[in-house]
Design a protein around this ligand. Structure first.
Ligand code: ACM
Ligand code: ZN
Length: 752
């Protein structure tokens, strides 16, 4: 016994003699979202946070919070700090204090859920809040003050972090701050979702709107209807659902088991995130329609949705459909404690209902004049099922059409600002996910990937959005605005890293819009915090964020490149190749009379932006010979737009393509060229092209040489090239298998 005591004493003595590893570092005060008030009392004096600091919590509800903080601090101190419940006498401690609402006034704390007071003195750090959510947010703010690599187990060791004496008094502007992720078009696994939730929580976003069912996949296990996931979660050449959005002929998809969902919901709840499930009804339901075909109207429908799907709309008149929805929703309620359930209701092509006897009978019976009244009837039936389970219905802003709603139902505004005004004027609580600002699947500049039907949306534009200020509203109407939401649809998202690219750093903008006081918002100040600190934080959080590409122009014989922020390095090549970390660094304007040959990219550490050439010149000089085009396939638009050499004009087929279909481009005169690139699908988006096709070319217009099969490129879509040896008279696309959806988009030739 004595010996053991002696040994322990020596060990203690030794450990206190060993010099502390790492440096002393100063706290980082670049907080996102910017707090309501932050008063630094002294930069001289402060609290020294080190591995002797104890984390004390006064309420069992905070055990998770204490351990959460402990796990981050371990990354920099390489040791678990002690955590303890209700110890009164710890010196040098971080105290997590849940307080009674009666204390709010005296402490100057907003009497709101989620608000917190973070007070730093020489002796202690105190976080006060009314609930565990407020304590959690105080902790997130504290974590942001730590070194930027604290998020990684590989963080550099530090001896201490010196935090100035200060008070942060913080509370959210909006009680709803959401992000929507489409997991139907692209399937993201459990680890991806948890990693994302952790990032959202760090930036005080408290709702995750999980888009779980759409035309291209049903992703939630429902035991009552196993085919929904056995068959409806998969697409491919041999599946019931066709290939789509670049997933190719292979079986693509996946779903979340009920156990996985419970695990994710708990993971989110621990981090103060409510998960709102969405199953998109009555449109966007191809995955249901192919597995349980009786759910859709019993007609031969040629009515396509905006995305080109036919027969993807639930039959409104079929009574058994409501039983099925009752069964599905009943199972969902065992998984999702959320009060809000989202039922989609967007972009329904209602014409099927016009052709369906069952729907028409219902219209007559209920004396309905317009098809949209059927939509309202459907929505209200689902609203009623949800109400029976104590749930509030949410839907896209189309739920406002065709009739009334329960006053508690929540439209999510997406189409435009006017729909937001309509929603609050109808007295509905409203979430603002206005597409022109909050759709993170839109392009961020013209030559980046992404859609652009809503707008091209750079980060600055998102920052300019205000869920209230963008609308002319009375005070009563303003109160109906629950808050902002960002959304990522993933039609073009199956490319690795694309989701993070579109989400980050825009999620930080969303965070500030949702949390910070309007008066405290300042784009330049936001960018300074972002570039000085949070880009590096995101790097260590392992989010594959967008590196802002350089702006490049050619002027007076010189190429001039600029970057968004100092921490980036611009590199370039002069042979049209994509710059790498090994490429030459750009430091000054480049004098050249061959500007087309240069490509520039910015780098943050090893991560690169897209590459681009000068944006104000024609980089490619494509040839534009007079050409005629013919096909055996009926087209939706004038087929001649495919030979106008304008990549912005599209033409799509009026039916699904099949093996043997062709598209023949014939030049008036044979043309000499180095290369012809034949792309399909949306240019710059790589969707709705021809996964199964071959390129052929001919020198005489009669005898064709077999060229390459089409391959996938994340920007050009499914494409093939030929490199003719002499003047070419014609090129032909020969379809060899099924397409991506019920139509295919063709492009103009790019002839070099
Ligand atoms: C939507 O973008 N269809 C909600
Ligand atoms: Zn019907």
């Amino acid at each position: 016994m004595k010996k053991l005591f002696l040994l322990t004493s020596i060990a203690l003595l030794l450990s206190s003699c060993v010099e502390k590893k790492g440096e002393a570092v100063k706290a980082n005060l670049d907080i996102v979202p910017v707090p309501q008030t932050m008063i630094v009392n002294s930069i001289e004096d402060g609290f020294i946070l080190n591995d002797n600091t104890v984390i004390v919590y006064n309420d069992e509800a905070n055990q998770f919070n204490a351990e959460f903080l402990q796990s981050y601090l371990k990354n920099i101190f390489k040791k678990d700090l002690k955590t303890t419940l209700k110890s009164e006498s710890e010196s040098a401690s971080i105290n997590l204090n849940i307080i009674d609402a009666s204390k709010c006034e005296e402490m100057g704390l907003a009497n709101d859920k989620e608000s917190y007071l973070l007070s730093v003195s020489i002796d202690n750090i105190n976080i006060y809040a009314l609930d565990a959510a407020g304590i959690f947010y105080g902790i997130q703010t504290l974590i942001q003050m730590m070194p930027n690599d604290i998020y990684s187990v590989d963080a550099n060791e530090v001896a201490e972090v010196d935090i100035p004496c200060m008070n942060i008094n913080d509370n959210p502007r909006f009680k709803y701050r959401g992000l929507m992720l489409d997991c139907s078009r692209t399937f993201f696994d459990v680890d991806f979702i948890k990693h994302l939730l952790n990032g959202l929580a760090h930036y005080k976003i408290n709702n995750f709107h999980w888009h779980l069912a759409d035309d291209q996949g049903w992703r939630i296990e429902i035991k009552h209807y196993p085919k929904l996931t056995e068959l409806g979660a998969w697409r491919g050449a041999d599946e019931l659902l066709m290939p789509a959005y670049g997933s190719g002929n292979e079986r693509y998809g996946g779903f979340y088991t009920q156990e996985e969902i419970k695990d994710i919901v708990q993971y989110a709840a621990d981090r103060n995130i409510n998960i709102i499930p969405e199953i998109d009804l009555p449109g966007h339901s191809k995955a249901v329609a192919v597995t349980y075909p009786e759910t859709v109207c019993d007609i031969e429908s040629k009515h396509l949705s905006v995305q080109g799907e036919s027969n993807n709309v639930w039959c409104v008149g079929r009574e058994e459909n409501y039983e099925m929805l009752e069964n599905i929703i009943a199972e969902m309620t065992t998984l999702f404690p959320s009060k809000i359930y989202h039922i989609g209701a967007d972009e329904v092509n209602m014409n099927s209902w016009r052709d369906c006897d069952v729907c028409q009978n219902l219209m007559r019976e209920k004396d309905m004049k317009e098809l949209v009244e059927l939509q309202n009837y459907f929505v209200r039936r689902v609203e009623k099922i949800l109400a029976k389970h104590g749930k509030t219905m949410a839907g896209w802003d189309e739920i406002l059409d065709g009739g009334e709603l329960l006053p508690t139902s929540i439209p999510y505004v997406w189409q435009n600002s006017e729909r937001g005004i309509k929603s609050v004027k109808a007295g509905q609580p409203t979430v603002m996910q206005v597409s022109q600002y909050m759709y993170f699947d839109m392009k961020q500049s013209p030559d980046e990937r992404g859609l652009k039907w809503a707008a091209i949306i750079p980060l600055d534009s998102v920052y300019s959005f205000d869920p209230i200020g963008h609308f002319e509203l009375t005070d009563a109407e303003k109160k109906l605005v629950l808050g902002p939401q960002g959304g990522l649809w993933t039609e073009c998202g199956i490319v690795d890293g694309y989701a993070h690219y579109q989400l980050f750093p825009k999620v930080l903008v969303l965070s500030e819009i949702g949390w910070s006081a309007y008066e405290n918002r300042d784009l330049n100040h936001f960018k300074k915090r972002l570039f000085d600190s949070h880009i590096e934080k995101l790097y260590h959080m392992d989010f594959d964020f967008r590196v802002a590409p350089p702006t490049v122009k050619y002027e007076d014989g010189k190429l001039i490149a600029n970057k968004d922020y100092d921490q980036l390095v611009i590199r370039y090549t002069d042979d049209k190749s994509t710059p790498t970390t090994e490429s030459k660094e750009y430091t000054d304007a480049i004098t050249t009379d061959m500007p087309e040959n240069y490509r520039f990219a910015t780098f943050y550490k090893e991560r690169s932006s897209i590459a681009r050439g000068a944006q104000n010149i024609d980089l490619y000089h494509y040839q534009k010979p007079k050409t005629t085009i013919t096909s055996n396939v009926p087209m939706e638009q004038d087929i001649n737009v495919l030979v106008d050499y304008d990549m912005n004009t599209y033409c799509n087929t009026a039916r699904p393509v099949e093996s043997g279909d062709y598209f023949l481009y014939t030049f008036e005169e044979p043309i000499d060229c180095k290369k012809i690139l034949v792309g399909t699908g949306h240019y710059g988006l790589a969707i709705v092209g021809l996964p199964n096709a071959r390129l052929e070319y001919s020198y005489d217009g009669e005898n064709f040489i077999e060229g390459d099969d089409f391959v996938y490129d994340y920007f050009d879509g499914y494409y093939a090239e030929c490199h003719p040896e002499k003047a070419v008279k014609a090129v032909k696309i020969v379809v060899t298998g099924i397409g991506e959806c019920e139509y295919a988009i063709l492009q103009d030739l790019r002839i070099e």
